[in-house]
Design a protein around this ligand. Structure first.
Ligand code: ATP
Length: 428
């Protein structure tokens, strides 16, 4: 864990926010490599959940919206954590996470727990009175329920179909921590899949298997993830069944994603709250019905952390220890790095050309500083799958050396065939 946190800072994945001011309560900034990787996580999700499917479409709902949504959804009443104070050291904890003992001082003298609503409150417009109260969304899902009718009508889809969204969510967590695992501002990737009620069990099973396989496909080892069905007592008020996809974090198993059968709870709640009918008219039976919803809800920032942890490796190359991120090429910040053997101007022109050729299609780094061995190590450490070296012979044979991150093997490839070769290795 410390290794990932320090690598993240050193190489520009994740910085503590406002570090020069001493930081600000578990908030983080994603640096030059972090945004590349986070974008890759989002893209991999979007590709599998929307782009390659005919039955799912996308949405980007506004974050500021009417508080009526949170009243109808039950968040104003129920989106709470049980908060307890330690009477000895005054620290605050989530009751369900500490088993009656203060983790800081060991005291068992704790206050009664009280419900603490985790939604951030703000004011819209110049007057801070009750009429102007708004909440930052604690999940992206409600946007899909509220826009259900507009999306269904404009896209001419009928159940089973889904609406997907990626975006920021905000929760005033009592105990954020473990780096970006639990933060107050984070990013979610959620999809609401609307189905005929009789098909809900089938689609629930379908989606949790799909989602589990998504992590496997992107390189998380099978022994590092598992599926955990929720116990009855654990289920949210709207859920008829939930399973979590969990990852083996350095401190133990933790949730990566929850897949829930939300029944018709949300559409009914918003139909009641808004007075609009939120149902699908089934032409075949001549009857309207309210679809059930199967929801896979993942965290983009949390997933990125899991991918980093899963990819971290140390091995020995030419009798030297190396750190290597064995990231799937689809997730690596840079797909490829162009490394001129020397900074001499003779090589600059050709190297610039090779960079432009590759950068038009792939996320490409260009590095001509320090020895080639050091530059390979720098790329290994951030997971770049391929390095291309341009040397003096390249000027006459129009070929370059391509080195593979995982095997460290090198092959000589003609520049004319470079794009095809790279595409073959990366798989895109
Ligand atoms: P937890 O029990 O850990 O608080 P949750 O069950 O409330 O999480 P969901 O509401 O199901 O979480 O949210 C879906 C996903 O969003 C989670 O699986 C996680 O990946 C992500 N997520 C939720 N809260 C946070 C947070 N505070 N920081 C980062 N990611 C989060």
């Amino acid at each position: 864990m410390e290794k990932i946190v320090s690598l993240s800072k050193r190489r520009g994945f994740v910085f503590q926010s406002a570090e020069i001011y001493g930081g600000f309560r578990s908030t983080y900034d994603y640096g030059p490599l972090g945004i590349l990787m986070l974008r890759n996580v989002r893209n991999a999700w979007w590709r599998s959940m929307v782009q390659t499917r005919r039955d799912v479409v996308g949405l980007e709902a506004s974050i500021l919206t009417t508080p009526k949504i949170w009243e109808a959804s039950g968040h104003l009443a129920n989106f709470t954590d049980p908060l307890v104070d330690c009477r000895n050291c005054k620290e605050r904890w989530r009751e369900d996470q500490i088993a009656g003992v203060c983790p800081k001082c060991g005291s068992t003298d704790l206050t009664e727990s009280r419900a603490f609503n985790m939604m951030f409150k703000t004011f819209v417009g110049p007057v801070e009175d009750d009429a102007a109260v708004a909440y930052l969304r604690p999940e992206t899902a409600q946007g899909m329920f509220v826009d259900f009718k507009n999306v269904m009508q404009s896209s001419r889809l009928k159940p089973p179909f889904g609406i997907a969204q990626i975006g920021k969510s905000f929760r005033n967590e009592i105990t954020p921590g473990n780096f970006v695992f639990r933060t107050r501002e984070f990013e979610q990737m959620e999809m609401e899949f609307f189905v005929p009620p009789a098909e809900a069990d089938h689609w629930f099973e379908y989606w949790y298997k799909e989602r589990f396989n998504w992590y496997l496909d992107l390189g998380i080892a099978p022994e590092k993830i598992r599926i955990r069905p929720h116990e009855k007592e654990e289920l949210s008020h709207y859920s008829a069944g939930t399973v979590d996809v969990e990852f083996d974090f350095p401190w133990g198993w933790g949730e990566l994603e929850g897949i829930a059968n939300r029944t018709d709870f949300d559409l009914n709640a918003h139909a009641e709250g808004s007075g609009e009918k939120l149902e699908y008219f089934d032409q075949q039976t001549g009857e309207p019905y309210v679809p059930y919803v199967i929801e896979p809800a993942a965290g983009a920032t949390r997933a990125m952390m899991a991918f980093l942890l899963a990819a971290y490796d140390e091995d020995v190359v030419s009798n030297e220890k190396r750190v290597v991120l064995r990231l799937d090429p689809r997730l690596a910040p840079y797909s490829i790095a162009v490394l001129p053997l020397s900074k001499k101007p003779e090589l600059s022109e050709l190297s610039g050309k090779v960079f432009s050729l590759l950068a038009g299609r792939y996320s490409t780094d260009y590095d001509e500083v320090q020895s080639i061995g050091k530059r390979y190590r720098r790329q290994d450490e951030v997971g770049t799958p391929l390095c291309v070296t341009i040397d003096f012979v390249s000027l006459t044979d129009n070929a370059v050396t391509v080195r593979n991150r995982d095997t460290t093997e090198q092959v000589r490839i003609s520049i004319d065939e470079l794009m095809a070769y790279v595409g073959g290795v990366l798989g895109f």
